[in-house]
Ligand binder design. Structure first.
Ligand code: SF4
Length: 314
């Protein structure tokens, strides 16, 4: 049964592990095939690695040092007990399999780490990588995060993702076949997308066997191609109300058992160009919760209506 109006990751982890679970960000020092020329150059137009860099990171630190330091820091601030080791920055399956094995095993080698999360691209998960992750998933809780951003190939081309929605669906299928949980990343408010197109991304995901979804609003980081477009007045980010309503509409289309990892992005002011409201995640979340309450709506409510209508007509 849902405690909130949506199925949040924090509630899921609390139920599973009996206490609040915190993520520790780790940097394996990998790059991305969309930057090094293998798939593309320059990366996705919104991408900037800097805001995701683990706190106090320096490039001489190995995984073990980052992990122990990160855990100590979070323990002191939050009285935390359990952790998910999280490879968030860049493409964390883009290395020889022996290196990946070492990274992941080191990340799990702490008595308070209860799981592993690995963020990557759908075109960087072959059989070998998925077999390794499936093996680890038998021993520890694990999920794989993959960027979809939009189910519309014209948008993926515009934002320079250098993969298609079909590539994403194929990778989800390969992971599902091995019992690996997949969390999809989606951005709402991408250039040129209509509301109906954003809802159809929700329906695209609802029809895949997705375990989790992470929603972000389009926010413009310093030093990105998006910043140049913004300064040329080629794009206009969504307003807070518009975005919050979009999230609520989006959640209505997502099955209620899908775990919602995030409802928005948040960025420190020093990295941000626009929109201004991006700097306070709590205000955004409050607004989304308030709208859900006002509209008396829930994650998956539209799916229930579709099912009821189908039953009536059958
Ligand atoms: S968003 Fe991901 S895929 Fe795109 S350039 Fe950045 S790291 Fe690479």
């Amino acid at each position: 049964m849902m405690i909130k109006r949506y199925n949040s990751l924090s509630d899921f982890l609390k139920n599973k592990f009996g206490c609040k679970v915190f993520k520790v960000s780790l940097n394996a020092g990998l790059t991305c095939p969309n930057r090094d020329g293998t798939k593309g150059k320059g990366g996705c137009i919104y991408c900037s690695s800097e805001p995701m860099m683990p706190l106090n990171y320096d490039d001489k630190m190995g995984i073990r040092e980052q992990l122990y330091q990160g855990i100590e820091y979070i323990k002191q601030r939050h009285n935390a007990e359990k952790f998910i080791a999280y490879f968030q920055i860049n493409t964390n399956t883009y290395a020889p399999i022996s290196s990946l094995k070492k990274f992941y095993e080191e990340a799990l080698d702490h008595p308070d780490v209860v799981g592993l999360a690995v963020s990557t691209r759908s075109d960087c998960v072959d059989n070998e990588v998925l077999d390794l992750l499936a093996k680890l998933a038998k021993e520890k809780f694990l999920w794989l995060e993959m960027g979809l951003q939009s189910s519309h190939n014209k948008t993926l081309e515009l934002i320079n993702r250098c993969h298609t929605a079909e590539d994403f669906a194929d990778a989800v299928k390969m992971a599902d076949e091995r019992g690996i949980h997949v969390c999809a990343h989606v951005i709402l408010g991408l250039p040129g997308e209509t509301k109906e197109e954003m809802f159809s991304t929700a329906r695209f995901l609802a029809n895949l066997d997705i375990w989790g979804i992470k929603l972000h609003h389009l926010h413009i980081h310093k030093g990105t191609k998006l910043e140049e477009m913004y300064k040329r007045h080629e794009i206009k980010p969504l307003g807070l109300e518009e975005y919050s309503n979009m999230v609520v509409d989006f959640l209505q289309e997502i099955p209620e058992d899908v775990i919602i990892h995030r409802l928005c992005g948040d960025t420190a002011r020093r990295f941000l160009i626009a929109p201004d409201w991006s700097v306070n995640k709590f205000i955004i979340l409050d607004n989304i919760h308030k709208i859900m309450k006002q509209r008396n709506t829930y994650q998956g409510i539209k799916m229930r209506v579709h099912c009821e209508l189908q039953t009536v007509h059958s």
